[in-house]
Design a protein around this ligand. Structure first.
Ligand SMILES: Nc1nc2c(ncn2[C@@H]2O[C@H](COP(=O)(O)OP(=O)(O)OP(=O)(O)O)[C@@H](O)[C@H]2O)c(=O)[nH]1
Ligand SMILES: [Mg+2]
Ligand SMILES: [Zn+2]
Ligand SMILES: [Zn+2]
Length: 281
């Protein structure tokens, strides 16, 4: 996770959200919004956000482990709160994770296009910089909000909780979260989602599940995207599935092409089925 990979938690920006977290305030330190008002959220929390620092001089290995545990346990508390808020309104949430460029946004646009007649969908977008992905989603007619993580390499449950406050989320709708493109750190951060969905595109090589096992272990479903390109590549679908099942025997795999639309029905059926299970639970 981030104390190991060395990525910092720089300034986070959420569209339409005016308070800046520099994440340097310690335990119990209440922060103030840009307009001078005190911080007040629907989910009440103290902003105890320990900055991720790797190889900090004078910090022992034991202390680093403790910092990591602190970050994750605070994240888990925010995630539990998000999950509770979402469940209370019957909102089914998926957390889309992958390396950069696997086709998450393209897949989301296609999914919204196909699903919007029967289901309301909203999207939270995560990138280090730019609002391009949120704009692509809004062009489909679905509401979207962009989180820019600055130097951060993953979304966390605190950011997502704020974005949820800003988004129009009707009851019984579908919330899709596109995480920052990164096959490592987002695996460790629960956002309050029902499931993580990992997207592996066929241009990345079939060995990614065994090279980045945490992510494939954390995911319930693997979408094998860009299958339209298979005729031009040496990518072996059976090998990729074998590697994914090696780290996660339970993982469901669906072959899709966000470009041609192949496999999209199976993906929509999976969403509907998981949504129904969540509703009953
Ligand atoms: N051939 C093909 N290209 C695709 C497919 N899906 C996405 N792409 C292309 O892949 C590139 C990256 O797609 P994006 O949807 O931006 O990928 P992303 O995962 O959202 O990227 P980041 O947000 O930057 O991590 C674009 O040029 C897409 O047109 C697909 O199914 N087939
Ligand atoms: Mg994207
Ligand atoms: Zn990281
Ligand atoms: Zn906050």
């Amino acid at each position: 996770m981030c104390t190991t990979c060395g990525c910092g938690s720089g300034e986070v920006k959420i569209e339409g959200h005016e308070h800046h977290h520099d994440h340097d305030h310690g335990d119990g330190h209440e922060h103030t919004h840009a307009d001078g008002t005190k911080h007040a959220h629907a989910h009440s929390h103290s902003h105890a956000y320990t900055p991720a620092r790797s190889h900090a001089p004078g910090v022992s290995a034991t202390r680093m482990v403790q910092i990591e545990q602190d970050i994750l346990s605070k994240n888990n508390a925010y995630a539990a709160q998000n999950r509770k808020n979402l469940a209370a309104r019957g909102i089914f949430t998926l957390n889309l994770v992958s390396s950069p460029g696997s086709g998450k946004t393209t897949l989301l646009c296609k999914t919204i296009e196909l699903i919007k007649g029967r289901q309301r969908v909203a999207v939270i977008e995560g990138d280090q910089q730019t609002s391009q992905d949120a704009e692509r989603i809004r062009a489909t007619g679905a509401p979207a909000i962009q989180i820019n993580t600055g130097k951060g390499c993953h979304l966390d449950a605190h950011m997502v909780g704020h974005a949820m406050e800003k988004l129009e989320l009707p009851e019984n709708s579908l919330l899709m979260v596109e995480n920052v493109g990164n096959l490592v750190c987002p695996a460790a951060f629960d956002l309050g989602e029902a499931h993580k969905v990992v997207i592996l595109s066929v241009t990345e090589g079939e060995d990614k599940p065994i090279k980045y096992p945490d992510m494939f272990r954390a995911a319930r479903l693997m979408l094998l995207n860009k299958c339209d390109l298979l005729p031009y590549l040496d990518f072996s679908v059976p090998k990729a599935i074998e590697f994914a099942r090696q780290v996660n025997p339970e993982i469901v795999v669906i072959e899709v092409s966000a470009k041609s639309g192949a496999g999209m029905t199976a993906w929509l059926d999976w969403i509907a089925q998981e949504q129904e299970q969540a509703r009953q639970a």
